[in-house]
Ligand binder design. Structure first.
Ligand code: NI
Ligand code: MN
Length: 223
């Protein structure tokens, strides 16, 4: 049974017993809501959606400390490799098979935070479970295609507005994706992205076939 732990903001940890651990967008030291410190994590892989400080965060530090492989866009992967880290770059629309399963890099409408790059999302096949991590993005109608191409088991969606989709657009995203489960993130870290996850849950469950699971920083959800 896979388990996903929310570490605040856009940071998640995906694991399943002795299998590989995947860490997403670690932003812990400066995040007032982070439940642990970067040195407490020993992931096998670190996925980075873009190079803004609240996503790249401590990714390089953690990768260096535990020899994790970074999975990201080619521009960030090159920067990581220049620092002597293990990194695999995949461009938008491409996919690559890792020991735990295939990772496809999807479009995300957002700044890249690095010259020449793009922000991205990921569709991760983790031992047969399909998980969509949207990264930082506005709503886009090709989310329908993401759900059609890959029957999703879980979608992770930003809801905080201002830098990403807000609640109402994220509800439409959930309807496009058709995942049976959604978990919101990228809210309440700062006043500018204040949002009520209960409102998101109520609207998602009213208007779509998805169920919403609100996971507080430090809590886990298994399915
Ligand atoms: Ni960003
Ligand atoms: Mn962000």
């Amino acid at each position: 049974m896979p388990e996903i732990t929310f570490l605040g903001h856009a940071c998640f940890l995906l694991q399943d017993k002795e299998k590989e651990t995947l860490l997403f967008d670690p932003y812990l030291r400066e995040n007032p809501l982070a439940p642990l410190k970067p040195e407490e994590l020993k992931p096998d892989y670190i996925l980075i959606s873009h190079a803004h400080h609240d996503h790249l965060g401590e990714a390089y530090e953690i990768a260096g400390a535990c020899n994790a492989t970074i999975i990201t866009t080619p521009e960030i992967a090159s920067q990581a490799q220049e620092k002597g880290l293990n990194a695999h770059g995949t461009s938008i629309g491409g996919s690559y098979r890792f020991p735990f399963g295939r990772v496809k890099v999807t479009v995300a409408f957002h700044g890249s935070g690095i010259p020449g790059g793009h922000a991205c999302g990921f569709v991760i096949n983790y031992y047969g479970q399909n998980i969509y991590f949207a990264g930082d993005t506005g709503l886009f109608s090709d989310m329908k295609l993401i759900g059609e191409l890959t029957p999703l088991d879980l979608a992770l969606l930003p809801i905080g507005d201002n830098y990403t989709m807000g609640i109402d657009d994220a509800v439409i995203a959930a309807s496009f994706l058709g995942a049976p489960r959604v978990i919101p993130y990228h809210y309440n870290t700062w006043p500018v992205i204040q949002a009520d996850p209960e409102e998101f849950k109520r609207k998602v469950e009213e208007k779509t076939s998805s169920r919403c699971f609100i996971v507080s920083p430090g809590e886990s959800y298994s399915w």
